[in-house]
Design a protein around this ligand. Structure first.
Ligand SMILES: [Fe+2]
Length: 350
């Protein structure tokens, strides 16, 4: 249990995030929040902007009514700005938008389109307690390694993923949209999130085939739980056609997915690997659910991150979303092994 009070170390932490993304005393910064935002982080960000000396304002949307059949977590698709399109041009006039909505507006239909063609850039700060954020920074060597891995993925044709637990997956990368998450957002019109430490791809349609075995101890970030028993996802042309497993997590996965009553709820979204050496698999065991949004689970070095749900590249939309980091997998990009049994191994990682 934390005492949710201002700590100077967290002001400095947020200040560093802003400086990395190019904020100076000459900048105009907008905080976008909602009434259910984590107030501590909003307050820390206001103080961090003030410490730099930038001009700023805060836009707080009323958290909208829930209209989904099940609770949503970690989708990156906040609906806090739905119906507020009229105010977006004012936000897009800023140098940097700091997104402190609960879910984040990364994939929301409002904010990103409003940034197109403007000088504004946006960064989503994960809805985590600042103690968790405190540890998940990246140094210059980490950033360079992410760039190397991203460059190699961007030019590749195929991803193969295997594990002793039974994962055997092939992803055709033709037509993919690759990405990397560094926590640094310094180009006009772009949107990222912090903390970072990920390389990932959104494959084109009909690119994913095989099986994923979610082993004991792997994490479902939607449920914020360690998997209790092996669960196998059989995938045919991006569609999860079978969910095999007797554990509680397999039952939760089946029930939660079915609640959406959508074909796209059980299709693949993105695939990648974690590259943050300070993010830890075991961290989830140390936090109450309200204190974490599982960024460490997604970013810990050497995990293979499975994303299920919306994939804009394949032109599939759904609000259902699972991020499932797997341990102990081997990831091969064309002829190059980048993760060997859960260990990063692309040349000169660190
Ligand atoms: Fe995801």
């Amino acid at each position: 249990m934390f005492a949710d009070r201002i700590e100077s170390k967290w002001i400095r932490l947020f200040q560093n995030v802003l400086v990395q993304s190019g904020v100076t005393s000459e900048s105009l910064v907008c905080i976008v929040a909602e009434t259910q935002s984590r107030e501590l982080n909003v307050h820390l960000m206001e103080l961090a902007i003030g410490a730099i000396g930038a001009r700023s304002f805060k836009f707080v949307a009323t958290t909208p009514p829930v209209d989904t059949p099940v609770p949503t977590r970690s989708t990156g698709t906040s609906m806090a700005l739905a119906g507020l399109e009229a105010v977006l041009p004012a936000l897009a006039a800023c140098d940097l938008i700091v997104d402190l909505t609960m879910e984040g507006c990364l994939h929301s239909p409002q904010l990103r389109p409003a940034l197109a063609g403007t000088k504004a850039r946006a960064i989503y700060i994960l809805n985590e307690h600042p103690e968790g954020l405190e540890r998940a920074w990246l140094d210059e060597a980490d950033l360079a390694a992410i760039e190397r891995n991203y460059g190699m993925l961007a030019g590749a044709r195929q991803m193969r993923v295997t594990s002793a637990a039974g994962t055997d997956l092939t992803i055709d990368l033709t037509g993919q949209v690759p990405g990397r998450v560094t926590g640094v957002v310094d180009k006009p019109g772009t949107f990222g999130h912090w903390p970072g430490g990920l390389v990932l791809t959104y494959p084109a349609a009909n690119a994913v085939n095989g099986r994923i075995v979610v082993d004991v101890g792997d994490i479902n970030c939607t449920f914020k739980r360690y998997n209790d028993a092996p669960m196998t996802l059989v995938i045919e042309n991006d569609v999860i056609t079978q969910v095999i497993g007797d554990g509680v997590d397999a039952a939760l996965f089946r029930e939660y997915s079915a609640a959406w009553n959508e074909v796209n709820a059980l299709t693949t979204a993105h695939f990648g690997w974690g590259m943050n050496p300070r993010a830890k698999w075991e961290a989830l065991a140390c936090y109450d659910k309200a204190d974490t949004n599982c960024i460490e689970a997604r970013a810990f070095a050497g995990n293979f991150l499975v994303g299920i749900g919306a994939n804009g590249v394949a032109k599939r939309l759904t609000q259902n979303h699972f991020d499932i980091p797997l341990r102990n997998t081997t990831v091969q990009i064309d002829d190059t092994v980048v993760v060997d049994c859960g260990k990063l191994c692309f040349p000169a990682v660190r």
